[in-house]
Design a binder for this molecule. Structure first.
Ligand SMILES: Nc1ncnc2c1ncn2[C@@H]1O[C@H](COP(=O)(O)OP(=O)(O)OP(=O)(O)O)[C@@H](O)[C@H]1O
Ligand SMILES: [Mg+2]
Length: 294
């Protein structure tokens, strides 16, 4: 995991106590769960009273306007931020006490903005995914095998000896995905992994995520502005706007009107995705609504 930011800043205000959380209704197939989470940086909250649950095997795409708090939500999910009010649980454990970081892979929104001028090969960058948490327990033979597997899964074996500074944006995104996969996580959290890459590479990247989700059983949570890819590949859509998160468990219930409500504009290209995957729209069915975890 990357360095933990802001941890403990709001600890005193947290309204949890461990006895109470022990009694909460936790499903063992839950990867991450938020209950009544409110979070703000300095003044007003940017997320307010959020409750949601991501189950093992889910492929959840989080969409919303710039500044809507998608990255904040993802940082709360992976323990980089702690909520002022409410509770976040990873694999059933309060995120403040969670330690099995090898079970999740996270790629931040800024990952590809790192300086790629240093002379590191793809293989070395992927292997650097071990340098935190439980990675140190892997012996070098197992590390080599795991790096090879991550390169295979992401289809970049042929690039393994190349310098990262020589790669295209789309290739570099796959390198960071491979780095996140190297510890064989059960869940991947990716914040805008296809920003700045062309439409074809973006489609290929989401197809790869879908394969990891279906074939490897890896839970995927992805923040994206690529709405077409999100609807084509994800199983669930989460709309993050106005301090709230609205989860659509059934992707087929989402209409052009929902998108317009969240983003402020319609996306004509979505009609092609919608007509491929579902019956014709019958108009506005249900407005975006918060998910109430069971
Ligand atoms: N470290 C920070 N300190 C203070 N305010 C912050 C910080 N990070 C984010 N914010 C504010 O919180 C709000 C939500 O930001 P966030 O980055 O979560 O949005 P986002 O939905 O990911 O946006 P984008 O689509 O542009 O990436 C914004 O108003 C932003 O200015
Ligand atoms: Mg963001």
């Amino acid at each position: 995991m990357a360095a933990i930011e802001n941890i403990g800043a709001n600890q005193k205000n947290n309204n949890l106590n461990s006895d109470k959380t022990q009694q909460k209704n936790f499903h063992t197939d839950e990867v991450v769960r938020l209950d009544g989470v409110t979070f703000g940086y300095n003044g007003a909250p940017v997320l307010e009273d959020i409750s949601l649950s991501v189950k093992a095997g889910d492929f959840l795409a989080l969409i919303g306007p710039n500044g809507g708090a998608k990255s904040t939500l993802m940082k709360l999910m992976v323990g980089l931020l702690w909520p002022r009010i409410g509770e976040v649980r990873l694999f059933g454990m309060d995120v403040r006490h969670f330690y099995e970081w090898n079970r999740i892979g996270y790629v931040s929104q800024n990952a590809v903005r790192v300086n790629t001028g240093f002379p590191a090969t793809v293989e070395e960058v992927v292997a650097s995914g071990f340098y935190s948490g439980f990675g140190k327990l892997f012996d070098s033979a197992r590390k080599r095998e795991a790096v090879k597997r991550a390169l295979d899964l992401t289809g970049i074996q042929a690039l393994s000896r190349r310098l990262v500074g020589e790669l295209s944006g789309g290739q570099l995104q796959k390198v960071f995905l491979a780095k996140a996969l190297v510890k064989k996580p059960e869940a991947l959290f990716l914040d805008e992994p296809t920003t700045g890459i062309d439409a074809a590479s973006s489609r290929e990247f989401y197809a790869l995520l879908k394969e990891l989700n279906l074939r490897e059983g890896i839970t995927v949570v992805v923040v994206t502005h690529d709405i077409g890819a999100a609807f084509d590949r994800a199983k669930k859509i989460g709309c993050v706007h106005g301090g709230k998160v609205y989860i659509h468990d059934n992707i087929n219930e989402v209409t052009q009107e929902h998108i317009a409500e969240v983003l402020g504009f319609r996306i004509p290209e979505l009609s092609a995705v919608f007509s491929k995957n579902r019956e014709p729209e019958t108009g506005m069915q249900q407005s975006c609504r918060p998910q109430i975890p069971t």
